[in-house]
Design a protein around this ligand. Structure first.
Ligand code: GDD
Ligand code: MG
Length: 361
């Protein structure tokens, strides 16, 4: 069975992290986002994952070289010369997908973190017998998603509306699809949208079905959702493999710490914190609801809350970083600085306080 992951978006909403690498490679809970998906696909018997890429191909290719042997699954790239949207990449990879004409294939958005109920989806697809299945989930604020109007009993979708300006329902497209290869007959090799063109037309034919997912789900493609998703993910780890989480007098709630990170005396860490490989967390540091990526140094008595600290950055002694601040790669915050809700571009040094949200270029 094959799967295609759409990894070609520019990830603008996750800047400044995506200035250093494509969104699917940004770490989530200490592993590239897309790895969470590839592992889940492998677990249900997918033998080849096609990454539909559109920019920074060299970065993606080196990711492949590293992880293909580690994961023991075939990973190939299908590269666009221009952005083909969410459907065009399927036409580009048509030949590969048609190698198994009688088997449906998975398509995933690359920024979705959830429990990936993929084997349930395979069963669901078999039972309804339609051309396409999409996973849906319920959210309170549906306007930034694709919304489906469906028959609750059969799951048949009557209407698919991408990012509706007015409320039409709160069951949203969760960005995970299982499609028969016949769907490829209706997609041509040009910029095309699954959500705006392909799904509405399959729904018109009565061939599009929705499987409702009730477990945790989050599109982590923007900082606020990334941190919310991290909280949900760590809760899930707590229920399923609690031994992965840190324990100790200084740990509050769910905290994930890479084995190579060092934590000093008198720190208070948690809840909902992830600390990456090689990090140095010095004494007296307070961390809550944040991700500290690989190679970061947090100096003595600094506080970081509700923020993402990019790779190899330094937070100065007694500095405070809070309220959805996102620091790009290799940012250096001087001692005692106060950063509230700022976005800092890679390789910057912060020498003054930033009291309100802004972009530091
Ligand atoms: N290869 C390729 N080429 N991939 C692309 C392109 C492109 O031109 N444009 C976008 N993608 C990829 C992105 O990398 C991402 O994995 C996926 O397509 C969806 O793009 P997003 O930019 O993340 O879309 P969204 O979050 O606004 O909305 C989508 O996801 C929602 C669920 O999170 C839609 O599918 C909505 O219907 C859905 O509800
Ligand atoms: Mg998204």
């Amino acid at each position: 069975m094959k799967a295609l992951i759409l990894v070609g978006g520019f990830g603008t909403r996750l800047r400044p992290l995506t200035l250093s690498m494509p969104k699917p490679l940004v770490d989530f809970a200490n592993k590239p986002m897309v790895l969470h998906q590839i592992e889940a696909l492998k677990a249900v018997g997918v033998t080849e994952v096609i990454l539909a890429i559109n920019y920074q191909p060299q970065v993606m290719l080196s990711f492949l070289e590293e992880f293909e042997p580690k994961l023991g699954i075939k990973i190939t790239c299908s590269q666009e010369n221009e952005p083909l949207g969410t459907a065009g990449p399927l036409a580009l990879a048509k030949e590969k997908l048609l190698e198994e004409p009688d088997k449906p294939f998975f398509v995933l958005n690359s920024d979705i973190i959830c429990e990936y109920p993929l084997s349930e989806m395979l069963d669901f697809h078999k039972v309804h017998g339609g051309e396409a299945s999409i996973m849906v989930t319920q959210v309170a604020e549906p306007s930034k998603y694709g919304v489906v109007i469906m028959d609750e009993e059969s799951g048949q979708i009557n209407k698919f509306v991408e990012k509706p300006p007015v409320f039409v329902g709160n069951k949203i497209n969760a960005g995970i699809y299982l499609l028969n290869t016949s769907v490829l007959d209706h997609i041509s090799l040009k910029p095309t949208s699954l959500e705006r063109q392909v799904f509405p037309s399959i729904a018109d034919k009565g061939q599009l079905y929705a499987m409702v997912h009730t477990g945790f789900w989050m599109d982590v493609g923007q900082p606020k959702d990334y941190l919310a998703g991290l909280g949900l993910y760590l809760d899930y780890v707590r229920s399923n493999s609690p031994s992965e989480l840190a324990v100790g007098r200084n740990i509050i709630g769910n905290v994930l710490v890479d084995g190579t990170a060092k934590i000093g005396e008198g720190c208070l860490i948690g809840p909902d914190v992830v600390i990456g490989p090689g990090c140095m967390i010095e004494s007296g540091v307070r961390l809550s609801s944040c991700t500290i990526m690989k190679g970061v140094r947090v100096k003595r008595s600094a506080h970081v809350s509700e923020s993402i600290i990019g790779w190899h950055s330094t937070i100065g002694e007694s500095a405070q970083v809070s309220s959805m601040a996102v620091l790009g790669e290799d940012v250096h915050v001087n001692d005692t600085m106060f950063l509230n809700g700022v976005m800092v571009l890679p390789h910057k040094e912060i020498k003054t306080h930033f009291l309100k949200p802004e972009i530091v270029m």
